[in-house]
Design a protein around this ligand. Structure first.
Ligand code: GLC
Length: 740
């Protein structure tokens, strides 16, 4: 009771201060929004006691940290996650609070957003999810995640933006701008090198500086320097023997020192392990520590946090200077002035049709048409009258599960629902389960509408599906992975590249029964496809949230023309992936990234490995023709820019969009470099028959590599090639030029 009164009293007191100040016509500097933010920070800091400063640096509940009620500085409230606003949990538990007004719009997973290759979709995404967070009065959104896709087995790849640092860097920035326009901090995670879930709390990552700076840091650097992110979350793992949540190298030297980050560093939940390191190695706010105090009840537990009583004692004894806590509090006050104390920020909106429509649009732009022989797709409903849908992923909700990104969605249109809604009046549509994956129907308080239990045996399910397939014009198999343990799920990695639950057999039997087969793979990761040469049409769909079924049906029916491209390579087999071929994975106390910079297509290019489907691959229901690639100069100096142009024509009979990719190849370099690297992309919309010229202007930064000896980026003089492509293996043209 008293606790709830404190903030109220605080605000009343702050109000009195305001009134008193305005009466004398001078607002205290820290409350005056016309004053420069740094003056406000210093003024607020000067008014705070030592106890108030320390209280700001650690959690007071599962997802909140203290403000300063006496000064009218509000608490900070964080919320998961990258795909939507997590339902409210109890003060000090992971369990849901059981509210009835916190059912959100679930947006597509970030792999889908990356697969759109469309920065406008990223801004729309950030704006929409930021509005939902604002409405729920959360001022720190615990997302987006931009850890690089090093292995197809990583359980959390579905939350991230693929294997290429340039694509992830360009796609994360608008998301951050969209979120922060709502006065909500984007908290980019997990900084850094959290590329697997196995042993994530303990593993020490060994990686050379070139791979660190060229592959694993760029998306975080872009988040800070272009996105102006107001928060960063430390990762659980170690780097150079220090936990990433309090790491001299990552946080002090690189994030603050090299990049000039002025936001707050938040720990991952339970990521803090040492008071002294937490004090000196760049951490500002400690959340989720597993102190044994939790058994004594919420109030005591939080006082046991590493940055709570232990920190206060060190400050009071003088062993630690007050300046150390002031550094942290300055960052936290800056967060307050940017969010909770910004009186001009918008009010947000929640669970709206606009947000559902945004999610659907992003999904339609992110679904990837991998293969389409005999123009199997789009479905011609004037001829196709008997459709069979097979597979658990046609009916299994995917907005739940997967760990901290799990949501309580206002609604979710599953693929089956979307297909019936779109095609049910034009064709007779039947369903067969085909296989049983995970029939769980309760997720931390979210109870599924559909009961997924299935008593029949695998043989019976296959027999039913193949029999019905024989009687159909078209079969749509909808399977893939799901959000269960050892699938696409936090805290666990997959154990193999193959589809689980015997789906390969189901697909093979279905093909024998009816060759007119479409396979829709719903996943956040690559999977093996031993049936790839038989199945005529293959669609890569993602965990697409509230309107996933609507978007998929719209693509299958041809209302939307697929325009997504893969943000990561689909290897034929695990050994074709460098982390498995060369690197130690998953390692034990140590994991060493032996493959260095050769991640994804950088590896398959180098080793001349033919992927199942390459990075940047995606088909359309129309076709595109590329003209000659030209450059506006033969060569440039270190300070020049150069522009490459290419015409692209829609040579088909329907409107579509093509993602034109620019790769740069350094023909001769003093250090090993990939054959080519993505340095530009543009999604160009073309009406049937329309032709446009696409241009890319680059400077030496697109030609540079990180020289670990010089600890700097260098662009070496010599000859380069600008390669225009429709995927990492579909080269459309190239032009060479010199850097003087
Ligand atoms: C989890 C995740 C992190 C999440 C946090 C709060 O362990 O690693 O992404 O935001 O804890 O749920």
């Amino acid at each position: 009771m008293f606790r709830s009164l404190k903030p109220v009293l605080g605000f009343i007191l702050a109000g009195i201060i305001c009134l008193n100040a305005t009466a004398q016509n001078k607002l205290p500097v820290y409350l005056d929004e016309n004053k420069p933010i740094e003056e406000r920070v210093e003024d607020a800091l000067s008014r705070m006691t030592l106890e108030e400063k320390v209280a700001m640096c650690h959690a007071q509940s599962k997802f909140s940290s203290a403000g300063v009620p006496r000064l009218g500085i509000p608490e900070n409230w964080a919320t998961d996650g990258p795909h939507g606003i997590r339902p409210e949990v109890l003060w000090d538990e992971w369990d849901q609070a059981g509210w009835t007004n916190d059912s959100c719009i679930a947006f597509p997973a970030l792999t889908c957003l990356a697969a759109t290759w469309n920065k406008d979709m990223s801004l729309l995404y950030g704006k929409s999810i930021g509005e939902e967070a604002r409405y729920r009065n959360k001022n720190i959104l615990l997302g987006p995640g931009v850890n690089i896709y090093r292995t197809p087995l990583n359980g959390r790849n579905f939350e991230y933006m693929g294997e290429d640092p340039f694509l992830a860097s360009k796609m994360v920035v608008p998301y951050i701008h969209g979120v922060q326009a709502n006065g909500v901090a984007a908290c980019v995670k997990h900084f850094a090198l959290n590329n697997q879930e196995i042993a994530r709390h303990t593993v020490n990552v060994n990686v050379d500086d070139r791979a660190l700076y060229e592959i694993y840091l760029p998306a975080f650097k872009a988040s800070v320097q272009e996105g102006q992110a107001w928060a960063i979350m430390g990762a659980y793992n170690k780097y150079k023997g220090q936990w990433a949540c309090h790491n001299q190298y990552l946080l002090n030297d690189i994030l603050r020192g090299e990049w000039g980050f002025d936001g707050v560093v938040v720990s991952d939940w339970g990521g803090v392990n040492n008071t002294k390191q937490a004090i000196y190695n760049g951490l500002d706010m400690e959340f989720g520590s597993w102190t044994d105090g939790l058994s004594e009840g919420a109030s005591n537990a939080y006082e046991n946090y590493y940055l709570a009583k232990p920190f206060l004692k060190l400050l009071q004894s003088g062993e630690v200077k007050e300046e150390e806590v002031d550094k942290k509090v300055r960052n936290i006050l800056r967060l307050a002035f940017r969010t909770t104390m910004n009186t001009k920020r918008p009010w947000g909106s929640f669970g709206t049709p606009e947000h559902a429509a945004a999610g659907r649009k992003i999904a339609e732009e992110g679904i990837v048409l991998l293969q389409n022989k005999n123009n199997t797709l789009p479905i011609d409903l004037s001829k196709t009258k008997r459709i069979l849908v097979v597979g658990e992923n046609a009916i299994k909700p995917m907005t739940v599960g997967g760990g901290s990104s799990s949501l309580k969605a206002k609604y979710e249109v599953a693929p089956w629902d979307g297909i019936v809604k779109r095609m049910g009046t034009q064709a007779d549509i039947k369903y067969a389960r085909g296989y049983v994956g995970d029939p769980t129907s309760k997720y931390n308080g979210v109870v599924l509408k559909r009961d997924l239990t299935e008593p029949r045996s695998a043989e019976e399910l296959i027999a039913e599906a193949t029999q019905l397939a024989k009687e159909s014009d078209l079969v749509i198999f909808i399977g893939g992975l799901n959000k269960s343990n050892n699938q696409d799920c936090e805290g666990h990695d997959r154990k193999h590249l193959e589809l689980p639950y015997n789906q390969d057999k189901v697909i093979t039997e279905l093909y024998k029964a009816n060759k007119n087969l479409v396979v829709v793979n719903i996943s956040g990761n690559a999977v093996a496809m031993p049936w790839v040469n038989e199945v005529p049409a293959i669609v890569q769909s993602w965990y697409n949230g509230t309107e996933s079924g609507t978007a998929l049906a719209s693509i299958l029916a041809g209302d939307a023309n697929p325009s997504g491209k893969l943000p990561f390579t689909f290897p034929v087999k695990l050994d074709d992936n460098s982390a498995h071929k060369l690197g130690e994975y998953p390692g034990k106390e140590q994991v060493t990234y032996n493959e260095g910079i050769f991640v994804g297509y950088r590896w398959t290019d180098k080793e001349k490995i033919k992927p199942l489907f390459p990075f940047g691959h995606g088909l359309s229901y129309t076709t595109f023709a590329y003209g000659k690639v030209t450059a506006d100069k033969k060569g440039i100096s270190q300070s020049d820019k150069i522009t490459f142009s290419v015409s692209v024509k829609n040579t088909g009979s329907r409107d579509g969009a093509e993602i034109v990719q620019l790769y740069i190849s350094d023909l001769k370099s003093s250090l090993p470099r990939p054959v080519k690297e993505l340095k530009g992309f543009e999604k160009v919309y073309l009406k049937a028959g329309e032709e446009k010229t696409v241009s890319f202007t680059v400077d030496k930064s697109a030609l540079s590599f990180f020289d670990d000896k010089k600890h700097d980026w260098v662009a070496e003089a010599g000859t380069f090639e600008a390669i225009v492509a429709a995927s990492a293996t579909d080269i459309k043209g190239k032009v060479s030029f010199d850097l003087k």
